[in-house]
Design a protein around this ligand. Sequence first.
Ligand SMILES: [Fe+2]
Ligand SMILES: [Fe+2]
Length: 293
Amino acid sequence: MQSKYTENEKAPLNSIEDWEDDLLVRYPEPKEKQAKAKEDYRNYHDSERVDTVREFYRLNHKYQTYDFVVDKENEFLKFEKKEMPFWDAVAYLNTLVDDSDPDINLDQLQHLLQTSEAIRADGHPDWFVLTGFIHDLGKVLCLFGEPQWAVVGDTFPVGCKHADAIVYPEFFSDNPDSNDERYNSKYGVYAPNCGLDQVKMSWGHDEYMYQMMKDYLPEPALYMIRYHSFYAQHRENAYDHLLNDHDREMFKWVEKFNPYDLYSKVPVPPDAKALRPYYEDLVAKYLPATLKF
Ligand SMILES: [Fe+2]
Ligand SMILES: [Fe+2]
């Protein structure tokens, strides 16, 4: 099938990690928390990255409409694409290499392990550790040929007005929903404080993985997976008017998770091989042996 998007439109970023590196610029780790040698954050090509990340958000904000999300949900939430044993899925995700910078690049598994090991080191419950380990597994969407802006990037509600607190809000002027009366008011298709479960989010790896995991993990873990890229809420509180009290309670977990996701890069990567038995047990405790993608 001919893609609707050009190659440049599908992959504006040199690497999908450029989105997360850019998050570190927007939300730097508080000074007092920065470790001495934690300067492994990629800072090369910074100005080039600014341009590609901007282009990435231009496309994301233009194309992530309410109808686009409905289409993607119909396409992917049937989970008919591929069936993989859990560890094959991890290996598969790891074929998503960052060709922009092979030297400093950490593979996807390293990001997952660094996140989960930082959570484990702080003594959190095992399901929290597991959440760190799987939170980005949904990025396999990239390997199914999906455009980068439909896999990663900040997520936001569709079906109501786009908050100014979303990064590059001006790009929403190209989104057809901005001129659609059904979708461009404060509440749009939603009722005040209806609860996020009623709210459609822009499509990406967060919602996809949440839907895959929803029967297996405790609710705080599911909130962390589902909303970890919803910076306009967990950092900016721009959608308080859609949250209900239960969401507010659960977002404490989303906020707890975020620093592990953003600030857990360490100079010496965890030893994936040595850690494997621990994670095999942990995965087996909560998840089915085979996952449907
Ligand atoms: Fe993520
Ligand atoms: Fe992540």
